[in-house]
Unconditional design. Sequence first.
Length: 424
Amino acid sequence: MTSAPAAQFAAAPAPAAMGIYERRHPPLAAGVWGDPFLLRQHDAGTSNGAMAMQAAAASLPAAAPPPATLAEPKFESQVVALPLQPVDKDDALLQEGQRLSPDSFEHEPSRPRDKIQRRLAQNREAARKSRLRKKAYIQNLETSRMKLAHLEHEITRARQQGVYINSSSKHSSLPSPIDSGVAAFELEYAHWVDEQKKQTEDLRAAIHSGASDTHLQILVESGLDHYDKLFKSKSAAAKRDVFFVMSGVWRTPAERFFLWISGFRPSDVLAVVAPCLQEDAAAVDERQAAEVEGLRQKARHLEDALSQGMEKLKQTLADSILADAVLASGDGDGDESPPDSFSGGGGGGGDGGYMARMGSAVGRLNTLVDFIDHADHLRLETLQNMYRILGPRQAARGLLALGDYCQRLRALSSLWAARPREPA
């Protein structure tokens, strides 16, 4: 009896293939029924009845599903637990591959460092630019302070030299207060000189760099407008104090030496420009050369006309003053006023005739403002005609030559003022 069941049990198929793929139940937690392998080993070693029941179940036809047993949830729990190991291995391999990936190994750690380096470089560049701006601002303040001190020194020196004399008092020789319009013109002229230096350097850089004709045309027109601003400011100052403008005390000594009606001669402009045009003779045709020469001759004729008008005005004023002086010195009374006959009347008061004559002389002095305006108009018209005759590049060279000429005159004055002097 014992050998037959044993042989039958040995010939029976393994029960492990039952229920895993044929029956589908919801998976249970692995720890609900305990360890399935320990429990199965315990049942196999202690209960022969359980093995007999499994053998009988295996001998049934395959179409009939086996009855549910208590051990079946243990196999289901094992099915849930077994696939976890390869999933964990794949995850581990995936994580290991990501950790050992060349792209991750080489680039990921370097990206934060590169970003930090870029930010540090940007911060250093911003700090450097800030220091440069601060330095330029300080230099600008220092330059402005020096210019202001220089202007104050010039104004003080002009006062000491007696440029502004109070004519309202006969016995007063103290300098009168400076007219606000005249002082404003001096400041405007100082700024004008600085702007002219800047424009001259811009022209020089544009010509040397081979800038386009359009860019040179803009620079030349800006330079002509700059001269126009100077002439308008000078006209306004002449209406406040014509002798101040005519004397040229707002210019340097070397500039005053070449002064003609409070400015440069228009023909001198063409004389300065001519050598520059000769250097670029290939770009100047015969027609342009002839027109420039004609413009120079016309400027000379107009200069002569204005100069003759100035001489006539001086002679007229001198005759009036000399006539008053002669008539006053011929009077036996010793009275300072001219005689009655000077007024042109038969028996009018001498003082009235003298004041009428002096009033007429003062009225003639007002024509000096017109002479200044005509001279400045001739200067501006000469510059504009030169620009019209020449091309943008040639006109830029001419305006550059004029700017260099003015700067050299100022430099000559500075060298003359700084020359070594012998002790008195």
